[in-house]
Design a protein around this ligand. Sequence first.
Ligand SMILES: NC(=O)c1ccc[n+]([C@@H]2O[C@H](COP(=O)([O-])OP(=O)(O)OC[C@H]3O[C@@H](n4cnc5c(N)ncnc54)[C@H](OP(=O)(O)O)[C@@H]3O)[C@@H](O)[C@H]2O)c1
Length: 239
Amino acid sequence: MGTDRVKKVCIVGASGKLGQYMVRHALDRGYEVVGVCRERSVPKLAAFEGRITVVPGPTNDPEVIRRAVAGCDGVLTVLVPWGVQQYASGTAQAVLDHAPPGARLVFSCGWHITRDGKDRYSWWFTTGVRIAALLGKLVRAVEIDDQVEACRRIFASDTRWTVVRGSSLEEGESQGLPVWSRHVGDPVLASNLTRRVDFALFMVAALTDDTLVREAPAIVGRRTPSALAHSGGGPRNHA
Ligand SMILES: NC(=O)c1ccc[n+]([C@@H]2O[C@H](COP(=O)([O-])OP(=O)(O)OC[C@H]3O[C@@H](n4cnc5c(N)ncnc54)[C@H](OP(=O)(O)O)[C@@H]3O)[C@@H](O)[C@H]2O)c1
């Protein structure tokens, strides 16, 4: 486990909630940080002024990403389904195309993304995702299909990727590194809740965890009832 060669990381989508937590974790580890966010969101990163480099611009702009990821050992990307302009797949493609060869690429998404079709979802979960996708499309605000397409491209790539699939999220103090499993439906994940700060912790920790290369871990908070019942605080991989 682990590579100690990560020194400089790019965080794509740094201004969002998950992004800002990742900036903090990366700085705590002593990494040099480059953050990418939309021009209008740069003020959201004011707390980090002087400690990170900000590259403003749309995250699906290949030229913006090419500049931002230059010289980075790792790239942490927040994949969001917002808008109707293939924002998620454009962002993923730009990172896949321009990250330095051999860099660790870690992407975020939700449990609704499946890598091998072996995830087992509840009726409520599937219906919720379908309704969100339909309503999002109707009001032209959300493109869940495009986040699926983004992940399809990542899964097909021969880069050193990890796709971290987040459960439902909540705010609150860290509970430590989430536990993970390869398939939604596995008992350890049943609580379906993770602190956002710990989702970010898992993303940053994945940079130096080679066991996660080409994995799509589904995560859950390590102090949730299902994690406590099925991991006993033991190994965090329940794949
Ligand atoms: N929310 C949940 O319950 C949940 C559950 C499971 C997994 N996830 C995953 O967790 C990750 C972060 O999700 P989050 O909900 O916590 O969001 P978040 O961290 O607040 O991030 C939202 C991101 O979306 C960008 N954004 C917002 N509106 C946009 C638009 N119209 N066009 C382009 N970009 C836009 C934001 O950029 P600006 O700062 O520029 O606005 C920001 O980078 C995602 O990968 C998501 O799939 C979320």
